[in-house]
Design a protein around this ligand. Structure first.
Ligand SMILES: [Zn+2]
Length: 98
């Protein structure tokens, strides 16, 4: 879970980290550059976390829900964006899906 911790630190430092195709895109204040470098050093792990999770790994509250929207909880769990929406911004690492 090292890369999850890095992502949380990055968010706290005001960085936005996204994946575009095979690139890790990091935006934010120059003061957070050392943290951005750490993220780049762990690029494969960080990108794995930000990529859409396998659907079976997403937790739903509603049986039979087929939503493909998801968000990543700070505990490292993927939750459904529709039937298990994030109620606390502080618990959200990243979100995605349609
Ligand atoms: Zn759902």
């Amino acid at each position: 879970m090292g890369s999850l911790k890095l992502l949380l630190e990055a968010r706290a430092a005001g960085l936005t980290v996204t994946v575009q195709a095979d690139r890790l895109v990091i935006r934010g204040p120059k003061s957070a550059a050392p943290l951005a470098r750490k993220l780049i050093d762990s690029k494969p792990d960080v990108m794995a976390l930000l990529r859409p999770p396998p659907l079976r790994d997403v937790q739903h509250r509603k049986a039979g829900c087929t939503s493909q929207r998801w968000w990543l909880h700070v505990w490292g769990e993927y939750c459904c964006g529709d039937c298990f929406p994030c109620r606390d911004e502080a618990a959200l690492v990243t979100a995605g899906g349609n």
